[in-house]
Ligand binder design. Structure first.
Ligand code: NDP
Length: 399
């Protein structure tokens, strides 16, 4: 039993909050705090009345001072950061000052440089150790479940893992020619960046969307997928012993890529400020304002997601292959919590990570990536809370 402070009230937070309320044996009380408090109040209105007590608050998570005042007032057992990656460090600073454990789903990224790396958050290790509090980094799906899957594969199926391919397939159709399934700014920054993968202890860089493969996903069928840089490659490259190569692939439809190319070509995806009618604006933020709100895609998205990892390595001296994945149906998610599967597959693991840190199952003073904890309680909770996993010992491989 405990109290969580949840920061942010967007697509992912909404699912995590629904799940905390369902899991009221663990979450006795939650406080939802975000920039726009009316969104928190609307969710409270919808979900209150059960065993989990809900309060709301307004906070600017860029201000350590405001965050500290809020944490001191709420006195949570854990802070779950579901705002944007730009706020990770201010929220970590506030947690340190108040000696409260911290959980997030995406690594810190400076707002003016499209470059995500763990170095900023890993630099807090000693401070968190000294304060005796835990920071759990990356408790979404990818990063998140992909790291838990890796730790589980290593614990139960391999002596060493040499190759990991992470495959993220969204076969959902929302009927728009172009829309993003989560925060458009974060999504477009991610996919328009150069690709890279980790091989023999170093990064190999590719042009954006340079490497394409077709994969026949279980329960979904064949889809085009492209190699991207993704943040869990950095931590898994260090935390999984014996690793020779890790790659990350994400599926994109032809219409999405055509529109993205065009928007890029006309400068709409740029994060360089421009002068417009006497005001400085960032083209990508303007684009976000004209695109459909990801939260509005829920009712119209049909189809499934399939996200998982293919592992190759050795067990008892023999070569072994193992595929762990989850299939999630957009409409099923919408019926349950009013969101599509991309928010659902992130919000459920965020709730689970916060629960395990809050109840002390995962307690290690310092800053840790998710694969550094015992995967078993998380794997069990995935089955219980809506993201059941499946396994295959003879999957199709990616060349
Ligand atoms: P949204 O844009 O839907 O929600 C972000 C929320 O944060 C909004 O409620 C927003 O408030 C709030 N917020 C933004 N800035 C501040 C601030 N300065 N102070 C307080 N609140 C603020 O994003 P998503 O829900 O799609 O994503 C949330 C996080 O999840 C992101 O970090 C994203 O990168 C991550 N993510 C992780 C995935 C994974 O698998 N690991 C997958 C998908 C997303 P307002 O309502 O005022 O805009």
């Amino acid at each position: 039993m405990g109290k969580a402070l949840i920061i942010g009230c967007g697509g992912v937070a909404s699912v995590a909050i629904h799940k905390c309320v369902q899991n009221s044996d663990a979450f006795e009380e939650i406080c939802i705090a975000s920039r726009t408090v009316s969104k928190c109040d609307a969710l409270k209105e919808k979900l209150q009345g059960g065993k989990c007590k809900i309060t709301t608050a307004q906070v600017d998570a860029n201000s350590v001072e405001q965050l500290v005042a809020l944490i001191k007032r709420v006195q949570p057992d854990v802070v779950l950061n579901l705002a944007l990656p730009y706020q990770d460090l201010t929220i970590m600073d506030a947690c340190l000052e108040c000696k409260v454990s911290y959980v997030d789903t995406a690594n810190y990224e400076p707002e003016d440089t499209a470059k995500f790396e763990y170095k900023w958050q890993w630099a807090y290790r000693e401070k968190f150790e000294k304060a005796g509090i835990t920071a759990l980094l990356g408790s979404g799906f990818d990063p998140g479940v992909t790291g838990v899957f890796s730790a589980y594969a290593l614990k139960h199926h391999f002596d060493e893992i040499n190759y990991i391919d992470i495959l993220d397939c969204n076969a959902g159709d929302h009927g728009y020619p172009f829309a993003t399934n989560f925060n458009p700014e974060i999504n477009i920054r991610e996919v328009s960046a150069k690709g890279s993968y980790w091989e023999d202890g170093k990064w190999v860089e590719t042009e954006p969307m340079e490497i394409k493969r077709v994969y026949n996903f279980p329960e979904v069928g064949p889809k085009d997928m492209y190699l991207l840089h993704h943040e869990e490659l950095e931590s898994l490259g260090i935390n999984i012993p014996g690793i020779k190569r890790i790659r990350f692939f994400m599926t994109f439809g032809e219409s999405y890529l055509r529109h993205l190319k065009c928007l890029e070509n006309v400068g709409m995806t740029s994060i360089e400020p421009i002068e417009f009618e006497g005001k400085k604006i960032i083209p990508l933020q303007f684009l976000k304002a004209v695109l459909p709100d990801p939260a509005s895609l829920g009712p119209r998205t049909v189809g499934k997601t399939n996200i998982g990892c293919i592992f190759r390595g050795k067990k008892d001296g023999k070569d072994k292959t193992y595929y762990l994945y989850n299939v999630c149906d957009h409409q099923e998610c919408y019926k349950e919590v009013g969101s599509q599967a991309v928010s659902y597959t992130t919000g459920v693991p965020a709730m689970i990570g916060a629960m395990l840190v809050m109840n002390g199952t995962w307690k290690k003073p310092g800053v840790y990536n998710i694969e550094e904890f015992d995967p078993d309680p998380f794997m069990e909770a995935l089955n219980k809370w809506g993201l059941p996993w499946q396994e295959s010992f003879n999957p199709e491989l990616v060349d």
